[in-house]
Design a protein around this ligand. Structure first.
Ligand SMILES: C[S@@+](CC[C@H](N)C(=O)[O-])C[C@H]1O[C@@H](n2cnc3c(N)ncnc32)[C@H](O)[C@@H]1O
Length: 196
């Protein structure tokens, strides 16, 4: 689901970039380590800050990234125009147009809660990871998504949402093994999972 105007503004500003670099990515790096020279995918890449993080902090050798929203991909293309090791496209994380076992790592900076069929997104993540590949995920949980205050300003799918345990079960259903999970106030969660 594409962001409404409020969330589009919340995602495209320097404060969001600072949080993504210094809070979310720092935690992910501590949980899963770098992927030196590896081939990475970012789902729902927004304006491209995550791709910079994956290259610069996680030391990926190349990054593929896509977003459902063409405006986001246009912003990311502009931001990343000098990064030759990046490939961008408009796409849907429930049908990723790459073959099985392509990536050493997949990154999800808070996008799967926007996907009505979130299990299909996890199935695709598991499919495109190589054996031994890592899934780094940061998510917003049902307690926030379905809260009346959040519903007033933001636009998220409301039925069949997930808490931390349901997300973990979803990953396990598609063969990913959980290596770490952390939550903040039962509202935000970070996961590190590995494809055996
Ligand atoms: C909350 S924003 C996060 C953007 C970016 N990852 C960040 O952390 O700033 C969620 C993003 O997911 C994208 N999105 C929503 N549904 C998607 C889908 N099915 N496939 C790919 N991207 C999707 C939205 O367009 C939006 O850019």
């Amino acid at each position: 689901m594409i962001l409404n105007q409020v969330e589009f503004a919340m995602m495209n500003n320097p404060v969001r970039a600072w949080i993504q670099r210094n809070v979310e990515a720092t935690r992910m790096l501590r949980m899963g380590g770098a992927i030196r020279g590896g081939q990475a995918l970012e789902i729902g890449c927004g304006r491209g800050i995550g791709v910079e993080i994956i290259l610069d902090k996680f030391a990926a050798g190349a990054v593929d990234a896509f977003d459902l929203d063409g405006r986001m991909v246009a912003l990311a293309s502009r931001r990343l125009k000098n990064r030759e090791q990046v490939r961008l496209w408009v796409g849907d994380c429930t049908a990723i147009p790459v073959k099985d076992a392509t990536y050493d790592a997949v990154f999800n900076f808070g996008i799967i809660h926007h996907v009505p069929d979130w299990r299909a997104a996890l199935r695709e993540v598991a499919r495109v990871l190589k054996p031994g590949g890592r899934f780094y995920a940061e998510e917003v949980l049902d307690r926030f998504i379905t809260h009346p205050m959040a519903r007033q300003f933001l636009d998220h799918p409301q039925s069949d949402r997930f808490g931390a345990r349901a997300f973990q079960r979803g990953m396990q259903e598609f063969g990913l093994e959980l290596n770490g999970a952390e939550t903040l106030g039962e509202v935000f969660a970070w996961f590190l999972a590995v494809k055996p």
